[in-house]
Design a protein. Structure first.
Length: 321
């Protein structure tokens, strides 16, 4: 199949191989390996993925972003080829605070102390905590298809609970959720991703295969559950602490969501973000939940405009191919 007139549409012959040829790197923080890719030139831009995916979600936009930015895409702990630390009683190992420190360590590994962040789904929740805990590091931030975690839990409706059933399944006590996922990881990935607006059609075959491979890595089921358990417990403690202290994000924040997704239908996305950030813009895009893979051209246009003012940072150092 040829690339066609729109270069962002055909991932099989263009975007996916281009992105998957970016040099890889691995760092270790507190005994946890963090895996990623780096490429391009210009101001640094961190890319964070969501569930149940890996940094490969950016394959349709990263090559074009790398023409103007130094793109650093990482696998969150518990996902992709990053490490899977053991669970602990209060789920702190998978708190968004710990994941944010992983992301910060990855950027500092390459010599970047201040950078932009483009993040989707679970990665966007990590980005929210990163910007709150380390405001000097995050220059500006774009979040895809989320509202603030605490607001989503506090405003859960029947429609949201039905659409985001996995939020409530994954937080159940072990070992049932883990056992069901681990019994057939491919079915889990295809059921979760294929059960949304566009089914499995948006996903390039080799990229879907990558999601499935990583879902089958031992410990993934436990890590996924711990990620969500943390969001329903310790992450909410951190969020409530920010609210009690009157702490709001000061960075420019752009929020984009899928017009056909549950987030925009169930929540007033901009109003909820304006309650916890000072400078918020955004809109719906013509897609469902998986914005980078369903609406790459629209996302690229928004990202290139929003991040055009990013300032160059220190030169990258220490990359490990």
């Amino acid at each position: 199949m040829g690339a066609g007139p729109q270069r962002t549409i055909d991932p099989v012959t263009a975007s996916a191989p281009s992105f998957l040829s970016f040099p890889t790197f691995d760092i270790e923080r507190n005994g946890v390996r963090i895996h990623g890719r780096i490429g391009g030139q210009g101001a640094p831009l961190l890319l964070l993925h969501g569930h149940p995916q890996t940094h490969a979600i950016w394959h349709r936009v990263a090559p074009q972003l790398a023409e103007q930015f130094t793109v650093v895409a990482v696998d969150l702990r518990g996902y992709g080829d990053s490490g899977r630390p053991a669970a602990d009683a209060d789920h702190a190992a998978y708190s968004k605070r710990e994941m944010a420190l992983d992301a910060l360590a990855a950027m500092r590994h390459h010599g970047f102390e201040r950078f932009g962040v483009l993040a989707h789904d679970r990665g966007a929740r990590v980005a929210h905590r990163l910007a709150a805990d380390h405001p000097a590091a995050v220059e500006r931030m774009m979040l895809l298809d989320i509202a603030p975690t605490l607001a989503m839990y506090e405003n859960t409706s029947e429609a949201f609970a039905k659409a985001y059933w996995h939020w409530f399944f994954l937080i159940q006590p072990p070992p049932l959720p883990e056992a069901l996922i681990a019994s057939d990881p491919v079915r889990y990935v295809r059921s979760v991703m294929g059960g949304r607006h566009a089914g499995l059609a948006p996903f390039a075959p080799e990229v879907l295969a990558e999601y499935e491979r990583c879902a089958g890595i031992p410990g993934t089921a436990e890590s996924i559950c711990e990620d969500y358990r943390a969001s329903a417990t310790i992450d909410l403690v951190h969020d409530r602490s920010d609210i009690a202290a009157g702490k709001k994000l000061a960075q420019p924040l752009c929020v984009l969501w899928g017009a056909h997704g549950a987030v925009g239908k169930c929540f007033d996305v901009l109003a909820l973000w304006r309650a916890c950030a000072d400078d918020v813009s955004g809109r719906a895009l013509p897609c469902g939940h998986y914005v980078p893979e369903e609406a790459p051209a629209e996302l690229l246009a928004e990202a290139l405009a929003f991040f055009s003012s990013l300032q160059p940072s220190l030169p990258q150092t220490g990359a490990t191919p």
